[in-house]
Ligand binder design. Structure first.
Ligand code: PAF
Length: 280
């Protein structure tokens, strides 16, 4: 596997590949890779001639400096995982390479980027669009792979792709979970063993909420009260929304694509965890 650090070199490599008729799969990541990322990379390797995995801890999408500082950095281990998965290229540029000047572009795709995470993390999705649009321009992939764990992120990126006319396919990939049901996330490494056990209650309760026979609003309230009753967990929000537009719903009959999205603070630090469940 090649490790490339510059935009010039990635463009050289990929234009050669494209000129010889090869297809390109891009898996954008911020590093600290786990089995969830590995599943995206394996899928891209299966579906494309060349798989590029970007490893870039993008500062512009962090609205909390402490969160950025704490974020795990494990480049050597990441490269080993990528080798094992069969990726051809790891693209690991520096911040100065990606942002030689501050990125002043703004992106706005309401309601996808204004509700839930968008309302609580000002500037987050703007930063995501800044880096993802740059990566798309630099690598010009045929397909780009994103984990459905960041459910809202995929909806925002789809809008950006449509808006800017990128000619590529977004491939959403299912959440990979620990045996306990906890959604895999780079942030899980910041949880103690005990906190991981506590955090597994989030998905258990989301699953149980499907069988309670409650109205949509009662379901939202039920999930929040069940999770908050557990020591070490505190719900930031639970919203049951339309799976495409992400607009809030009032009734189970309001859409045929319904997803519940949750953010929970877990443990002493505390660590912010997100998850979701599909109702329809
Ligand atoms: O999902 C992530 O890890 C990041 O938001 C992404 C898409 C790699 C952009 O930095």
């Amino acid at each position: 596997m090649q490790i490339i650090n510059t935009i010039f070199q990635i463009q050289e490599e990929l234009s050669q590949a494209r000129n010889t008729g090869k297809t390109i799969g891009l898996v954008p990541t911020m590093g600290a890779l786990h089995d969830g990322h590995a599943s995206l990379v394996r899928r891209s390797v299966k579906e494309n001639d060349v798989t590029v995995v970007s490893i870039f801890l993008n500062p512009t999408q962090f609205n909390d400096a402490k969160d950025l500082e704490r974020y795990p950095r494990t480049l050597d281990n990441d490269c080993q995982i990528l080798e094992q998965c069969g990726a051809q290229i790891a693209f690991a540029p520096s911040v100065a390479e990606i942002y030689p000047e501050p990125d002043t572009r703004t992106f706005s795709y309401p309601p996808t980027d204004s509700v839930m995470e968008g309302a609580r993390r000002p500037g987050h999705f703007n930063g995501v669009c800044q880096i993802v649009s740059k990566l798309f321009q630099m690598t010009n992939p045929d397909k780009a792979y994103f984990g459905e764990k960041d459910f809202q992120q995929i909806a925002v990126i789809r809008r950006m792709v449509q808006d800017l006319g990128f000619k590529l396919e977004i491939v959403p990939c299912p959440v990979i979970r620990e045996e306990s049901g906890l959604a895999m996330s780079s942030r899980n490494t910041l949880l103690s063993t005990e906190e991981k056990v506590t955090a597994a209650n989030i998905f258990r309760i989301l699953r149980e909420s499907k069988t309670q026979g409650l109205s949509l609003q009662e379901t939202e309230q039920w999930v929040v009260s069940q999770i908050n009753a557990i020591d070490g967990l505190e719900v930031e929000y639970y919203s049951i929304v339309d799976g495409k537009t992400l607009s809030e719903l009032n009734d189970w009959e309001d859409s045929d694509d319904i997803v519940g999205c949750i953010t929970v603070y877990c443990g002493k630090t505390p660590i912010r965890l997100i998850d979701h469940i599909r109702y329809k």
